[in-house]
Design a protein around this ligand. Structure first.
Ligand SMILES: O=C(O)c1cc(=O)[nH]c(=O)n1[C@@H]1O[C@H](COP(=O)(O)O)[C@@H](O)[C@H]1O
Length: 239
């Protein structure tokens, strides 16, 4: 399920910063925007309505991780907001993921499309050593990621969040239509920051990522619109 547009992570504090950022783009350019907890906890559901009314697609990245009943109830509410994609942590377990899907199905208004649901496997800021030390999971990180992907698929989810490094393995272990959304994307030579498992947009494309998520290389660029278009071009192999 290839998405031509890189998903822009708008990790801003408030709506004013979002407005300032979007004002630099041509108003006809429909973007795929990721709202994370930083922005959502400040602005609430109205930030989703605002972006949807402008015609943008919205991935609401709240990474739910709680008991199954709580996650189901939360998902009913998120589905009503009309977002295009939401996520949970696969570490919350099989039953939690199953209930998350059920909540989304229940909350999706009639005639509307159920939001895509994906599960975070191992965060792209987690290295194999971090995982061994912090989570006491003593297997190679790829095994943990593929295991979570299999469980997410069995629970009925649409895909996973992973690093581009693991996409080929996940597709082999699940199926080629199982979505792999990959953050940890950096243009050649860009600052990596806190990301540990990174690839460039064209590398991610070659490996088979369906969506890429890019934040700071665009939002902190001197010319964000140019930075976005360069990443868009690299992701689409120069087309
Ligand atoms: O779920 C996510 O979107 C996510 C998962 C993950 O494993 N790693 C990861 O970086 N993200 C998000 O992707 C974005 C990456 O931003 P940059 O590192 O600035 O490109 C951030 O908003 C993260 O919250």
């Amino acid at each position: 399920m290839f998405e031509k547009r890189p998903v822009i992570a708008l990790d801003f504090h408030c709506k004013e910063e979002v407005e300032k950022f979007l004002a630099q783009f041509d108003s006809n350019e429909q973007l795929y925007i990721k709202i994370g907890m930083e922005l959502f906890y400040q602005e609430g559901p109205s930030i989703v309505t605002y972006l949807k009314e402008l015609g943008h697609s919205v991935f609401l990245d709240l990474k739910l991780h709680d008991i199954p009943n709580t996650v189901k109830s939360a998902m009913i509410g998120l589905a009503k907001m009309g977002v295009d994609m939401v996520n949970v942590h696969a570490a919350g377990g099989f039953e939690m993921m199953k209930q998350a899907i059920e909540g989304l199905e229940e909350g999706t208004p009639e005639g509307a499309k159920r939001p895509i649901l994906i599960a975070v496997t191992q965060l792209t800021s987690t290295s194999e050593e971090d995982m061994h030390r912090d989570q006491l999971i003593q297997v190679p990180i790829e095994n943990s990621v593929v295991h979570y992907a299999r469980r997410a698929r069995e629970a009925g989810l649409d895909g996973v969040v992973c690093s581009a490094l693991e996409v080929a393995m996940i597709k082999r272990a699940t199926d080629k239509n199982f979505i792999c959304l990959t953050p940890g994307i950096r243009p050649k030579g860009a600052e990596v920051g806190d990301q540990k498992r990174v690839k460039t947009p064209s590398e991610a494309r070659r490996i088979g990522s369906d969506y890429i998520v890019v934040g700071r290389p665009i939002t902190l660029a001197e010319k964000p619109v140019d930075a976005y278009h360069e990443i868009l071009k690299d992701w689409n192999y120069g087309n």
